[in-house]
Design a protein around this ligand. Structure first.
Ligand code: NAD
Length: 399
């Protein structure tokens, strides 16, 4: 099939297998071009197929030679429709891992369910060469089915307390407009906390501890975002911020629990704002990211997911001295939050209009990254060529 991008709102409903594979190879090359990390050897990544979770799996495997078990929720291909990009990413990841003789198995299904947790534990017990010494929790989901009650919860991205109005951008039309978002009610907040808070992370760690599949000293890390004041109402102080607060509280409780049980630790890492399928859905944030990219690329310290996570593993999680902030969080958003970077972004934020968008922001870089998420916009792929869309994930085909 010839596969071209088909964008609908803030997602693209097609994905290109070769483009996704080349994205993976590029990320692996980045890691292999850098120093080896004396990190974990058996790693579980929950949310392993795109964005920060995918980068974590790549850094673990190709930076430390780790065996990886990944959990993701991706759409397989049919004879007429392409798979979701995370499917093709995972297929390519497993192929590259196999070339290096690394164990890589993926479980595709709802990580919130008891069944997927049980399948994961089975795989660790029966196939994984050793117990898990790192659990990365990197889910981003709009909904969650409670595994015990069957009730469905939906997360939302709303301010709390009052209506929030600010600039936003239609990335594809290049139009800067004003958006007003009505405040959340108590139910919106509770549902968002239920989906994106720490409850499921805790359930995972309880299940793994109960099954005795965590190695001594096992670490776990989950990701959050804080960002600048302009995005506070819709992020840090909004419904998603409440969920992230819950995630941080969960990290504190888990840290105690793991220390006592196995001498382990739980961490929160605050990461940089980047173009992923999850962040593309947040109002206001894509405009901020476009301006941030411009400032950081001009300054020479722009990073994508792979650079961020390489730094997280090499300079934080597996370095002798791990700096944390006053709330015990790892900060790899440190370069994003530098005063001069934020000052420059604010100046541009005040000026930006539809007319000057292309000049003062990196909207082009944003769009490029957006298309790349789906395997498009790569110079090394001929998008007019037929490609096999029914590519399978090796470890899933064997089942
Ligand atoms: P993403 O959309 O790229 O990845 C989400 C992952 O979760 C995918 O692997 C997907 O398959 C998996 N997933 C979703 N629902 C699932 C389910 N029910 N069962 C199994 N797997 C499921 O998102 P991302 O941006 O990489 O976000 C990952 C984490 O990083 C989130 O906690 C997010 O808040 C955080 N974060 C993101 C940014 C950013 O700018 N993108 C910044 C800081 C922190």
């Amino acid at each position: 099939m010839i596969v071209q991008p088909r964008v609908r709102g803030f997602i693209c409903i097609t994905a290109h297998p070769t483009g996704c594979a080349n994205n993976i190879k590029e990320q692996i090359k980045y890691v292999e071009d850098h120093d080896k990390i004396n990190g974990a050897k058996n790693v579980l990544v929950i949310g392993c197929s795109t964005g920060y979770g995918l980068a974590s799996r790549i850094v673990a495997a190709f930076g430390s030679g780790a065996n990886t078990l990944g959990v993701a929720f991706e759409k397989p291909p049919t004879d007429k429709k392409t798979a979701s990009p995370g499917w093709y990413n995972t297929a390519a990841f497993e192929q590259e891992a196999a070339k290096k003789g690394l164990y890589a198995r993926t479980i595709n299904g709802d990580a919130f369910s008891n069944d997927i947790k049980a399948q994961t534990i089975d795989a660790i017990k029966n196939e994984m060469p050793g117990n898990i010494d790192l659990v990365v929790y990197s889910l981003a989901s709009p909904r969650r089915i409670d595994p015990n009650t069957g009730e469905i919860y939906n997360s939302c991205l709303k301010p709390i307390g009052q209506t929030f109005s600010n600039k936003t951008v239609d990335v594809h039309k290049g139009e800067v407009t004003n958006v007003s978002i009505e405040p959340a009610n108590e139910d919106d907040i509770a549902q968002t906390v239920k989906v994106m808070g720490g409850e499921d992370w805790q359930l995972w760690m309880d299940a793994l501890l109960d099954a005795d599949v965590l190695a001594k000293g096992c670490k776990t890390v989950a990701y959050t975002y804080i960002g600048p004041e302009i995005t506070f109402p819709v992020y840090h102080h909004g419904t998603i911020g409440r969920a992230k607060q819950h995630l941080e509280q969960t990290a504190q409780a888990l840290d105690q629990q793991l220390q006592q049980a196995i001498g382990g630790n739980a961490y929160i890492s605050v990461n940089k704002a980047l173009v992923t399928q999850a962040s593309a859905a947040i109002p206001v944030v894509p405009l901020y990211i476009s301006l941030l990219y411009k400032v950081m690329k001009d300054k020479g310290n722009h990073e994508g997911c792979i650079e961020q996570i390489y730094r997280l593993f090499a300079d934080r999680l597996y370095s002798d001295n791990m700096p944390v902030d006053d709330k015990n969080r790892i900060r790899i958003d440190d370069w994003e939050m530098q005063d001069d970077v934020q000052q420059a972004v604010i100046e541009k934020w005040l000026q930006v209009t539809t007319e000057n968008l292309e000049n003062i922001s990196d909207i082009k870089g944003y769009r490029d990254d957006f298309y790349k998420l789906f395997g498009f916009n790569r110079d090394d792929v001929d998008y007019n060529q037929e490609v096999d869309i029914e590519l399978q994930i090796p470890s899933i085909r064997e089942d």
